[in-house]
Design a protein around this ligand. Structure first.
Ligand code: ASP
Length: 424
């Protein structure tokens, strides 16, 4: 396991890579139209290739890591009844934090009125790719073919299969000892693979950030400034106030201590814009830097990456108010409540991958009879907001994991850091 010092150095290197990448990318953006070689050889060529190698390396770990660590986690639980308790607490907390996030977003957007300027309704259409309905998600929870579920990366189905397998190993007891040890050592090996990929993070993150900043036209941010800033403000409020209070009051962890230790995870989420691809890093951070026991983290983290998207819900709340106002449609209280409910439930069936929030936004807009084409209005600034909201999504997963772990007495901050916190 890398030392705490090694981890801090890695975090600093990731942040430096982000800053340098954003600066170089913005400079390259100014020349990308006139100097074609920049796009062809540097941005799309070298950086694009290295960046996608890095994302593939992270994604490569997700399915085997989630499967192995969850089976290991369940077998380490000891009692079957604990699982039901942990499951219900986790799901309830995920739903409550998302509902809180979107309520903050709706309140702020109603107050700031980001759509009050002079906006043209879009002439383009937005192709609404519908997210699955909750009923479909529930009926598809049990994989008829677990190998297919793994091949498709269907996280909820993988979670269900791993839990059933883990429970069976627990029930069989002594004669399944060999399997139990197998998953324990496989989990250790997977964690080492995460370390290997993380060691390349500064380069990977640099490539991803430079490419994004070089290819996105950021002038559109100025046109959509009020919308953009309202989303960022709501994200910040939820991150600092809601998570800060939850960390302090429910997880009984100093929020500054916690946020500092989450920085590299936040950096990964920001650069990849994918909660799913960040799962290995979130798991590692919770287990090794927060001392959350694997039986909790291995369950809460993959589940959170799929069903808990507070940052996404925030964007959807602000976007709904913004689009309604541009189209001159008044949202009643009942509509706002519908938005809270739909945005909270819509994320359940969709994986945490880039831009998926726009798909679920289409569902939210349809529920309150707003034109789905309105999404074309905000799409220009969505990439940057996607990076920011993914960072909040992942922080939400980590916060809830700490609360659940604390309530189960399954969190022990690493001894050295714990001591410093108590004496300092
Ligand atoms: N990219 C987000 C995530 O992976 C989802 C979204 O808002 O599009 O969590």
């Amino acid at each position: 396991m890398p030392s705490t010092k090694g981890q801090s150095q890695l975090t600093v290197a990731i942040f430096l890579a982000m800053i340098i990448g954003a600066t170089l990318g913005s400079v390259a953006n100014a020349f990308i139209e006139s100097e074609h070689w920049i796009q062809q050889f540097v941005i799309g060529g070298a950086l694009g290739t290295l960046g996608s190698l890095f994302v593939s390396a992270l994604k490569m770990l997700v399915v085997p890591l989630v499967f192995v660590s969850l089976v290991h986690g369940v077998t380490a639980l000891g009692e079957v009844s604990k699982l039901g308790r942990i499951g219900s607490k986790t799901i309830a907390l995920y739903l409550v934090t998302t509902a809180l996030a979107i309520s903050i977003a709706l309140a702020l957007a109603t107050f700031i009125e980001p759509g009050a300027g002079d906006f043209q309704q879009p002439s383009t259409t937005f192709d609404a790719n519908n997210a699955p309905a909750l009923g479909e998600v529930i009926s598809g929870l049990i994989p008829s073919n677990p190998i297919a579920a793994m091949a498709e990366g269907n996280m909820l189905q993988i979670i269900v299969f791993a839990i059933i397998l883990g429970l069976a190993i627990l029930k069989v007891g002594d004669s399944a000892q060999m399997l139990r040890s197998f998953f324990e050592s496989a989990n250790g090996v997977m964690m080492e693979m995460v370390n290997l990929v993380m060691a390349t993070a500064p380069v990977g993150v640099f490539c991803l950030i430079t490419e994004t900043f070089a290819t996105e036209g950021f002038d559109v941010i100025f046109q959509l400034g009020a919308y953009f800033l309202t989303v960022i403000l709501a994200l910040l409020l939820h991150f600092a106030v809601s998570y800060g209070l939850i960390m302090q009051l429910l997880a009984r962890i100093n929020p500054f201590w916690a946020f500092k230790r989450m920085l590299s995870t936040i950096g990964f989420a920001f650069s990849t814009a994918s909660s799913n691809a960040t799962i290995p890093v979130t798991l590692k951070t919770l287990e090794q830097r927060f001392g959350v026991q694997p039986q909790i983290a291995s369950f809460t983290v993959p589940l959170g990456a799929t069903i808990n998207m507070d940052g996404t819900a925030i964007m959807q709340g602000v976007a709904t108010v913004f689009i309604a106002s541009v189209y001159g449609i008044n949202l009643e209280m009942a509509d706002l409540i519908t938005v809270v409910l739909t945005a909270t439930l819509a994320s359940i069936g969709t994986a945490g991958i880039p831009s998926v929030g726009l798909v679920t936004l289409a569902m939210v807009l349809q529920q309150v009879s707003l034109p789905v084409e309105g999404i074309a209005l905000i799409i220009g600034v969505d990439r940057l907001l996607d990076m920011l909201r993914t960072a909040v999504n992942v922080s939400g997963d980590a916060t809830v994991s700490c609360v659940v772990a604390r309530s189960e007495n399954a969190i022990a901050p690493p001894p050295k850091e714990h001591k410093q916190r108590e004496t300092g």
